[in-house]
Design a protein around this ligand. Structure first.
Ligand code: ZN
Length: 109
């Protein structure tokens, strides 16, 4: 995604690969995934809980980048109109837990 050519003549949709030459409508999508913190800490862990947490940390095979992405990740995409519409619909459905499904095309701002 960050290796995208600077030349607009070589621009392509990051999802479907459609060419996005000069004067073609395209969309920039930036999504930030940021861990939340509500200011509340769990109750003080027991000594047994701390030992268990240390054992889990020692066995943790995630890379520094993976751990960083758990806290903050920014995704940037260039999309064509069709993929932008599809993504927006998917995001609305993704965030509609407990709601009735929105009809297709009922995009909100
Ligand atoms: Zn596309």
């Amino acid at each position: 995604m960050n290796d995208r050519p600077e030349d607009p003549a070589e621009r392509r949709c990051d999802h479907c690969g459609a060419e996005l030459p000069l004067s073609r409508l395209f969309y920039r999508v930036a999504i930030e995934l940021v861990s939340g913190f509500d200011g509340q800490l769990p109750e003080a862990p027991s000594e047994q809980d701390l030992h268990a947490a240390l054992r889990r940390a020692a066995d943790d095979e995630r890379t520094a980048a993976e751990l960083e992405h758990e806290v903050y990740q920014r995704l940037e995409l260039l999309l064509c109109l069709r993929c932008r519409t599809e993504l927006a619909e998917q995001l609305l459905l993704f965030g509609s837990a407990g709601e009735s499904r929105r009809p297709a095309g009922a995009l909100t701002q």
